[in-house]
Design a protein around this ligand. Structure first.
Ligand SMILES: Nc1ncnc2c1ncn2[C@@H]1O[C@H](COP(=O)(O)OP(=O)(O)O)[C@@H](O)[C@H]1O
Ligand SMILES: [Mg+2]
Length: 375
């Protein structure tokens, strides 16, 4: 798929942008703080419904204005679609409204209109950072592949908040707690089942990509670490549900004592290993980067399968952080991309010569670069 037009109004530092990007590789060049990341953020927001920066959503709306708009026309194998998002300031926060083919739709129905894999410098923390970052990686990847995943995850998250609030109250109502646990077993087992299936496919694809780049040894291992642990890795829905139900019951008194929900997929993790040892402890920085690139390439493959066509690829400032060999390997592995957006402060020298268009971004404007800058 590819975006054939993008319109921004009062989105971050873009007062008004109309941009008709071509297919292939679009290189977005510009000095710092000109709007390169903001442009990728707008595209990514249409794919995931969320900003890839953790900041307040009100910050998406240009300062001094009440409403931001992102709108894109997307060329897909099955025909063109339009995707839009309106972000309105509401007090300190913001409200989002999603539009698909001109009609306002719920977030769950909006997901899947545009598919994109995003790669940011901060993604490197998926390897060495806390488990929450690996769960976030899985959630973002899965929500785009599987609409029901998002619903189960939203339901689960809501009940976890309620349960934690109840556990912190003076005398938690045990009946209500049991109701919450039953709901958590339902949605939680769906999440675990989906993550288990996804990570199995992700692991196979990442292992293969990694072996192609660095040879078969040391092998890249990606393993899902569900909470609770499943007996012999049995991931059938019945087993997952029964295990989670059992674990919730078994930890009831500990949860009362600690006043916090202790079991369930909100405590999941994913192990990343090289030759059987933990990557974050034993891998060099170069090895960690290569592993992460392989993981991203695998995410791309799986999303392409789920969407039925290649998603967009959004690379923000990451190519400059890789050495020439890794950059080259990565670009080769995504050769079949229909559309890639790459931001950089200087033109990367290893970009493919064909189907590459260079733009200059300056203070919220996008202009085709003169031929000299493009070569
Ligand atoms: N809500 C906003 N209103 C106006 N300008 C904003 C807003 N949010 C961010 N900006 C501006 O956007 C610029 C940063 O854009 P960004 O895309 O991150 O830069 P870069 O080109 O380095 O990737 C900064 O100048 C910042 O002040
Ligand atoms: Mg940037």
């Amino acid at each position: 798929m590819r975006v054939t037009s993008l319109d921004l109004a009062n989105f971050r530092n873009y007062a008004a942008l109309h941009f008709e990007p071509p297919g292939g590789v679009c290189v977005l060049l510009g000095a710092n703080a000109q709007g390169k990341s903001n442009l990728l953020e707008a595209l990514s927001l249409l794919a995931t419904g969320k900003s890839f920066r953790a900041a307040r959503e009100a910050d998406l709306v240009a300062e001094g204005t009440p409403l931001a708009r992102i709108a894109a026309r997307v060329h897909r194998a099955g025909g063109d679609v339009t995707a839009g998002c309106f972000i309105t300031r509401v007090g300190e926060g913001a409200r989002k409204r999603f539009v698909r083919n001109g009609r306002t739709v719920a977030y769950a129905h909006f997901l899947g209109t545009l598919a994109a894999v995003t790669f940011l410098p901060s993604d490197l923390h998926v390897v060495g950072g806390p488990p929450a970052l690996r769960r976030r990686f899985l959630n973002a990847a899965l929500a785009q592949c599987d609409r029901t995943y998002y619903r189960h995850h939203a339901a689960y998250t809501k009940v976890i908040l309620q349960k934690n609030a109840l556990l912190k109250s003076a005398a938690p109502d045990e009946k209500l707690l049991a109701t919450y646990n039953a709901q958590l077993a339902d949605s939680g087992s769906q999440i675990i089942g989906a993550r288990a299936a996804y990570v199995r496919k992700l692991a196979a694809a990442a292992r293969e990509v990694h072996a192609r780049w660095v040879g078969p040894q040391p092998e890249l291992g990606v393993r899902y670490l569900p909470n609770p642990t499943l007996p012999d890795g049995d991931e059938s829905p019945g087993t997952v549900f029964a295990q989670l139900e059992k674990a919730l019951a078994a930890s009831a008194s500990a949860e009362m004592l600690r006043r916090s929900a202790l079991v369930g997929p909100h405590r999941d993790d994913m192990a990343l290993e090289l030759g059987g040892v933990a990557l974050e402890r034993y891998g060099s920085q170069g090895q960690q980067r290569t592993a992460l690139l392989a993981l991203k390439a695998a995410e791309y493959q799986l999303l392409a399968q789920a969407a039925g066509e290649p998603p967009l690829l959004l690379l923000d400032d990451v190519l400059s952080e890789l050495d020439a060999q890794r950059r080259h390997a990565f670009m080769l592995s995504i050769e079949d991309c229909e559309q890639v957006f790459v931001t950089a402060t200087d033109a990367p020298e290893t970009l493919p010569r064909t189907a590459t268009t260079v733009y200059e971004i300056r203070a919220g404007t996008v202009r085709r670069a003169p031929a000299a800058a493009a070569s």
